[in-house]
Design a protein around this ligand. Structure first.
Ligand SMILES: *Cc1c(COP(=O)(O)O)cnc(C)c1O
Length: 409
């Protein structure tokens, strides 16, 4: 008899964005003439930049010719892209990586979900709360998260990030083996300073813990003092794996490409105390389960590092960040408490009268015809907040803000 992996059954059936879609559809059915604007989903809207498009056309033409056709590539990615990453994303910040520490992936979601395969099932995990759901759900699927009660998993240590602690998670007072950090943060749009990040690295080094650091939004950082990579902190190579993505940086949500850094100095212990380099384990894992990111996607990613590519993707990020500033200014002027949005495309808005997230979501939908994302969908500490994104077009963002203004005034 084939027995199912029952850990999957513990996952809540309701997927946040499916629940939102259901409520929006119900509204549309009863209000067929209403024009609904979404500031909800975390997907980009602006097209790929010309430098990327040209590179993809060139790569496609290569694939069409006998002499330049490419089949399977290296599982860990082509050197042309890995070298461009070293030179552009790390060297200018004084970070010297070896090319073998870079693994090209098909987007950061896969690797942030898969990385937990490298550690034993009984490690404890710690997450900032609210949080990108992939980190917990991927641990639930193999049984590491324990059982759920009131939206909390028994083997997960939650580190609340709320207005009360200025979205600065407190270092746990107990041992945590694996810590997930995401900065700039989805969903709160807040960032971490070098001093705060140093505390986490030191905690990990002291406790022989691992940090899985999601830097998917690093390109949105405007303030030069904010770290773009955890490897800007001394000692991080001994304790941290970092994830990057071209999805939000360059509009690759439909193209699929990103990369993961697994430093060679990074080790974890066997039960008998032998230190095992995780770089080798991840290489082995990828060679077995992953056959590489498409050549065309990797050429597209490489093009983001050309002078034109850099300038063009910067222009799109600036466009989204103008939306973010406009949302923050307008809602703050209306008396709302708004966080994030300065170094991230997300705004985290406190419900004005302490309403629950879902209630405020419905009010904004019914009274302003604007879709947000209920904060509680990202974890218990998200209750009492909604997330707005800066990814809509400028016109839609402006119109959504007009409606929210009219509604709240
Ligand atoms: C969007 C996002 C990613 C990137 O996902 P891809 O698979 O690269 O598209 C990773 N982490 C977070 C927190 C995100 O919001």
């Amino acid at each position: 008899m084939a027995l199912v992996n029952e850990h999957f059954l513990k996952l809540p059936n309701n997927y946040l964005f499916a629940d939102i879609a259901k409520k929006v559809n119900a509204f549309r059915t009863t209000h067929p003439k209403a024009d609904v604007i979404s500031l909800g989903i975390g997907d980009v809207t602006q097209p790929l930049c010309p430098a990327v498009i040209e590179a993809m056309h060139r790569a496609t033409d290569e694939m069409a010719q006998q002499g330049s056709f490419r089949g399977y590539g290296p599982e860990q990615g082509y050197d042309f892209l890995r070298e461009a990453i070293l030179k552009n994303d790390f060297l200018p910040r004084g970070i010297h990586l070896d090319i073998s520490e870079i693994f090209i992936n098909d987007g950061a979601k896969s690797d942030t979900g898969n990385i937990q395969e490298l550690v034993r099932w009984d490690n404890s995990i710690g997450v900032t709360d609210p949080i990108y759901p992939v980190y917990i759900d991927s641990n639930v699927m193999i049984g590491r998260a324990g059982t759920v009660e009131d939206g909390r998993w028994s083997n997960v240590i939650y580190m609340p990030c709320t207005a009360e602690n200025h979205f600065t998670p407190q270092i746990p007072d107990r041992r945590v083996d694996i810590i997930y950090l995401c900065y700039p943060n989805n969903p709160t749009g807040t960032v971490i300073s070098k001093d705060e990040l140093r505390k986490w690295v030191n905690y990990a080094l002291r406790n022989d813990a691992l940090i899985f650091y999601d830097a998917a939004y690093q390109a949105y950082i405007q303030d030069d003092a904010i770290p773009h990579s955890i490897y800007e902190i001394r000692g991080a190579r001994k304790c941290a794996i970092e994830f990057h993505s071209y999805s939000k940086t360059a509009g690759f949500t439909g193209i699929r490409c990103g990369y993961t850094i697994v430093p060679k100095e990074l080790t974890a212990s066997t039960l008998t105390g032998e230190r095992i380099p995780l770089n080798q384990l991840w290489y082995r894992r990828q060679c077995t389960k992953f056959n590489g990111t498409s050549y065309i996607s990797q050429r597209a990613a490489e093009a983001t590092y050309t002078p034109e590519g850099k300038q063009q993707i910067r222009a799109t990020i600036d466009y989204y960040m103008r939306n973010a500033h406009h949302i923050k200014q307008t809602l703050t002027a209306l008396g709302l408490e708004v966080y994030g949005g300065d170094n991230a495309p997300y705004l985290w808005v406190r419900t004005p009268r302490g309403e629950g997230s879902w209630r405020f979501f419905e009010q904004m939908l019914y009274d302003a015809h604007v879709v947000s994302t209920p904060g509680v969908g990202f974890g218990p500490s998200g209750e009492g907040y909604v997330r707005l994104t800066a990814f809509a077009s400028q016109e839609q963002t402006d119109e959504a803000l007009h409606r929210i203004e009219r509604w709240l005034k």
